[in-house]
Ligand binder design. Structure first.
Ligand SMILES: NC(=O)c1ccc[n+]([C@@H]2O[C@H](COP(=O)([O-])OP(=O)(O)OC[C@H]3O[C@@H](n4cnc5c(N)ncnc54)[C@H](OP(=O)(O)O)[C@@H]3O)[C@@H](O)[C@H]2O)c1
Length: 268
């Protein structure tokens, strides 16, 4: 490793270490981000529901990187989920929150299962709100750190046939943009990461088929590289292509195009 990249790594560790909390670390983008953070030498608290997958990842990262890793197996839709996270994180010096846990659905809104959509609101919305408020206060007190929130290219306009999912991501995007301004004076960087289609467990859970899609490992690097430099990152060429091609159009036209695309992707 060159001395310039060693210095960059030291700065990253100093700003965002020694501990990072990663929600959604059992799969996909959250897992890839956790691996990248271990590469950078950060200790990790891995959060998701699937304890065996979290424990396997933890054991691998401890063995391969020599970092410390703790696991919180919790359903973020539960009202008391933050207590479970706090039991582990309160004694640790946390410098970074990565809020990647989330899921989507597809198909006509009125045919959706309202119990599952409400759970989505809790995971994609309430859990992000509560984590940002709790860890944001801790980072402000510390005078440095970061919040990385997983938005989506779906956040920038309404999306028929994934109407509620896109609305949850608009919430995340808006929250991140505003917090970036509020917290920058306190030394806390806030980043909205807005990927396009990415191979992960997302499509299967949302009942969608994905055509062209990116690999989580390929977008994890660009996401972390944008932290502290940008408010929003569209990681990877596909995210940029899909998002920028819609920018010149009026919002109603973007909504209409997204609806056509989503109708083609929905399995039901
Ligand atoms: N893949 C894409 O095309 C894409 C595009 C744009 C944005 N995103 C966003 O990227 C983020 C990560 O998605 P992904 O693509 O990595 O999907 P993924 O592979 O399905 O990962 C989702 C993660 O969220 C966790 N999770 C889901 N429900 C949870 C709950 N109730 N409680 C705790 N953890 C829960 C899952 O863990 P458990 O199942 O173990 O709980 C898993 O670790 C999401 O916020 C998604 O909206 C994805």
């Amino acid at each position: 490793m060159s001395s310039a990249s060693t210095r960059r790594q030291r700065r990253f560790l100093d700003q965002y270490g020694p501990w990072a909390v990663v929600t959604g670390a059992s799969s996909g983008i959250g897992r890839a981000l956790a691996c990248r953070l271990a590469d950078a030498g950060l200790n990790l608290v891995l959060v998701a529901r699937d304890r065996p997958r979290l424990e396997t990842l933890a054991a691998n990262l401890i063995a391969s990187h020599g970092v410390q890793v703790q696991v919180v197996a919790v359903d973020l839709a539960r009202e008391d989920h933050l207590e479970a996270i706090r039991r582990v994180t309160d004694p640790l010096e946390v410098g970074l929150l990565v809020a990647s846990a989330g899921f989507g659905s597809s198909g006509p809104f009125l045919e959706s299962d309202i119990t599952s959509e409400t759970e989505m609101l809790m995971v994609n919305g309430r859990a992000v709100l509560q984590a940002c408020h709790h860890f944001g206060r801790r980072l402000r007190e510390r005078g440095r750190g970061g919040l990385v929130l997983l938005s989506s290219i779906a956040a920038f306009q309404g999306m028929p046939y994934a109407a509620h999912y896109a609305a949850t991501k608009a919430y995340v995007q808006s929250l991140a943009e505003a917090l970036q301004v509020e917290l920058r004076g306190d030394g806390v960087a806030v980043l909205a990461a807005a990927p396009g289609p990415t191979h992960s467990g997302f499509a299967a859970r949302a009942g969608m088929r994905m055509g062209a899609a990116m690999d989580p490992e390929a977008i994890a690097g660009p996401i972390l590289a944008a932290l502290g430099r940008q408010t929003t990152v569209l990681p990877g060429a596909l995210s940029k292509l899909l998002s920028w091609s819609l920018v010149p159009l009026p919002r109603w036209a973007r909504v209409s195009i997204m609806g056509t695309v989503m109708r083609g992707m929905a399995i039901h």
